[in-house]
Design a protein around this ligand. Structure first.
Ligand code: PLP
Length: 438
């Protein structure tokens, strides 16, 4: 697509109209493009690897609804299952068989999950998991990592990643001191720091929650020994280890990051792919902990639409494909490797001081010379350069996250043609940047 033909006329009008009735014109802040500027394309439809906006622009999509679209948009199996379920009513508020089927699949694919509870979002999953860990241990405090994002629950909005990081407001107003005092902040990839926090708060820490591969300050894999170190600290001190795999679950391996790195948490939170593009979150883990959840145990957690039949069917069709395709993650790794190599080559050729990170089909191009390993190093990225790059990519028909501090995702339907278009767009965008900057 040439620069000249690119117009967002209808989106500009829609965005103005949206802002009169929705704060910022959106229902989730990063969508408003605040950190890169300009107008977000309003989307009309999507199929496979492509998005189409209301002005008729088509884009290769690397956001994938922020993760769920592992098999591309409007997957025929998911659509068929949702349509069929809808014909039998959209909600009952009573048990259904599909909840058992999806729960069994989750437990099969993620063996550390012996029992699971479905909720409606990743946010609900992490809030509930932390409540459960507190109820189970009888302790109040939690350790989270700077730059990790666990949804918008009060206790997580302390040095949070994703939109909170993008907008430079890691500590949200409205979170009380009382809540904040129970959240202890640790440096990602730094076991010693975690150990010192535990020693300073003896017998008070209920849980450690983390993204085993951080995906909300860009994509930051764990350094060797980090996850293992946390596991052994938790064992030593009776702390519940929670892997927030809302992003990495079913993304980096069938069994998520815990399978990939072979470190097993006590509780796992899921979202995104588990709902196949419908609103689903889940938390699960050891039976003895999960049996503290009501109605078996005293830790209360409920939901009018939890286990919603449309959502359960969408999740089931997605997870069934994962269970059935034995070479799925090898395929994604091969394509990810190809793309990463091409992009790395381009960066070298243009002599740009940037670097990439990637685990399977999620990754990031960091606009920084310094290797990003934690929140402090992530914050050194050149976000203005990212914004310029972002808009050039959009003009060339490639839709990436409108923030440096988000990962990219691709699907099984991103093939050589899509990657070819992407690398051509990157060549244009990065060459333009080089001319302005260096
Ligand atoms: C997206 C995300 C969440 C929040 O999920 P929502 O469905 O947006 O509430 C929590 N944790 C991680 C790691 C995420 O990536």
């Amino acid at each position: 697509m040439s620069d000249r033909s690119y117009s967002l006329k209808k989106s500009v009008l829609a965005f103005e109209e949206a802002q009169t009735v929705l704060p910022g014109g959106v229902n989730s802040p990063v969508r408003a493009f605040k950190s890169v500027g300009g107008t977000p394309p309003f989307i009309k439809k999507a199929k496979g690897a492509y998005l189409e906006d209301i002005d008729g622009n088509k884009y290769v999509d690397y956001v994938g609804s922020w993760g769920p679209m592992l098999f591309g948009h409007a997957d025929p199996d998911v659509i068929k299952a949702v349509k069929k379920a809808a014909n039998s009513s959209t909600s009952f508020g009573a048990p259904t068989r599909i909840e058992i089927d999806l729960a069994k699949l989750v437990c099969e694919l993620v063996p550390s999950i012996e029992k699971v509870r479905f909720v409606n979002s990743g946010t609900e999953a992490t809030m509930s998991a932390v409540r459960l860990a507190r109820g189970f241990t009888g302790r109040d405090k939690m350790i989270k990592f700077e730059g990790n994002y666990h949804g918008h629950g009060d206790s997580f909005l302390i040095a949070a990643g994703s939109g909170a990081m993008t907008f430079g407001q890691p500590n949200s107003p409205g979170v009380t001191q009382g809540v904040a005092k129970d959240t202890l902040l640790a440096r990602f990839n730094d076991v010693n720091h975690v150990q010192s926090l535990i020693e300073a708060n003896p017998g008070e820490i209920a849980c450690i929650i983390l993204e085993p591969i951080a995906g909300n300050m860009g994509c930051v894999p764990p350094v060797p020994g980090f996850l293992e170190g946390l596991r052994s600290l938790c064992d030593q001190h009776g702390i519940v280890l929670i892997f927030d795999e809302v992003m990495t679950g079913f993304r980096v391996a069938r069994g998520g990051a815990q399978e990939l790195y072979n470190v097993i948490p006590d509780l796992t939170t899921l979202g995104k792919i588990v709902g196949g593009g419908l609103p689903v979150g889940a938390y699960g883990g050891k039976r003895e902990i999960m049996d503290h959840v009501s109605p078996v145990g005293p830790v209360y957690q409920a939901g009018t639409l939890s286990g919603n039949p449309l959502a359960m069917h969408a999740g089931y069709s997605t997870l069934k494909k994962i269970a059935d395709q034995s070479n799925l993650y090898d395929h994604l790794e091969i394509y990810g490797g190809m793309m990463d190599e091409a992009l790395g080559g381009l960066i070298n050729e243009l002599e740009l001081p940037y670097h990439t990170t990637r685990v399977g089909s999620m990754g990031c191009l960091f606009f920084s010379e310094e290797k990003v390993v934690d929140y402090a190093s992530a914050k050194k990225c050149d976000t203005e350069a990212y914004a310029a790059y972002f808009h050039e990519m959009l003009k060339s028909g490639v839709y990436i996250a409108p923030s440096q501090f988000e990962a990219y995702f691709f699907s099984t339907l991103h093939g050589t043609e899509e990657f070819g278009q992407t690398i051509r767009a990157q060549r244009i965008a990065l060459s333009a940047l080089r001319e302005i900057q260096f």
